[in-house]
Design a protein around this ligand. Structure first.
Ligand code: SF4
Length: 251
């Protein structure tokens, strides 16, 4: 039996709109690159690479100096990006501001990360494979584990933090199942508005996360077997590349 591959982003996609999940995951329809997503990739690359430098050289100036070279590398790997940015200065100013916000929230000279871009995976059942890439995972000398994710957007409004933490709870569940240790801290770093969301996960929260994953997996498997992916119109439709072919907007 082919296992269903799930990641936190796929779960969020299906929950937001099953039709969008179908376009992306089942039909594998291509989408043009987005300037915000590519800027996000660039910032993630620099926040990964900055830790290659000796501790004392992890400064905002050195991080900012990496921007042009890393962006050119991104373009060489994906040439269609060359025409994506209408205003180079605006693009690099915005990227520089996001890096500046990072240094306002964290001092990368004060610790050594244990893992960057760590791939966590496991078979949750014979029908379900779960995986995800963790931006950073730090293990303290005392053994306590911190899972960190960088976001280049703004923090969610009050009341929506739990939804935002789902992704990190999935990573915590994977780490717990693979290593037998419940991470001590989950930390979302929002560079768009210089905010942090932190949470100390409990075993019961992680078990509830696992239950949610099984529920969503069952819903996806049912949608696949019935070939029925209901569109779920929302304000996200205004940014959806598939709006012009979506049945919710073309009846
Ligand atoms: S346009 Fe809206 S309803 Fe249609 S696929 Fe996109 S997000 Fe879903």
């Amino acid at each position: 039996m082919t296992k269903l591959r799930l990641s936190p982003s796929r779960v969020a996609e299906f929950n937001n709109c099953p039709q969008l999940y179908k376009y992306r995951v089942i039909d594998l329809l291509p989408e043009p690159p987005s300037i915000d997503a590519e800027r996000g990739t660039l910032i993630h690359t620099i926040l990964e690479d900055i830790f290659e430098l000796p501790s004392g050289e992890r400064t905002l100036a050195n991080a900012t100096d990496l921007l042009p070279e890393r962006w050119q590398k991104q373009i060489s790997e994906k040439p269609e990006l060359a025409n994506l940015v209408p205003n180079d200065k605006e693009f690099s100013d915005r990227a520089g501001a996001l890096l500046s916000n990072y240094f306002a929230l964290e001092d990368p000279q004060s610790f050594e990360p244990t893992y960057r871009e760590l791939h966590l995976e496991m078979d949750l059942s014979e029908k379900l494979y779960l995986h995800g890439y963790v931006d950073r995972l730090d293990v303290a000398p005392t053994g306590e584990v911190r899972i960190v994710d960088y976001k280049t957007g703004k923090a969610p409004k009050p009341g929506w933090e739990e939804k935002a933490l789902f992704q990190l709870r999935v990573y915590a569940l994977l780490y717990w199942r693979n290593h037998g240790v419940v991470p001590r801290l989950l930390q979302l770093i929002y560079l768009g508005d210089t905010k942090l969301i932190r949470s100390t996960p409990t075993e019961s929260e992680l078990l509830a996360t696992e239950k949610t994953l099984f529920r969503v997996a069952e819903e996806i498997l049912k949608a696949i077997s019935e070939d029925s992916f209901a569109p779920k119109p929302s304000k996200l439709c205004d940014w959806c590349y598939f709006k012009s072919i979506c049945p919710a907007h073309n009846s």
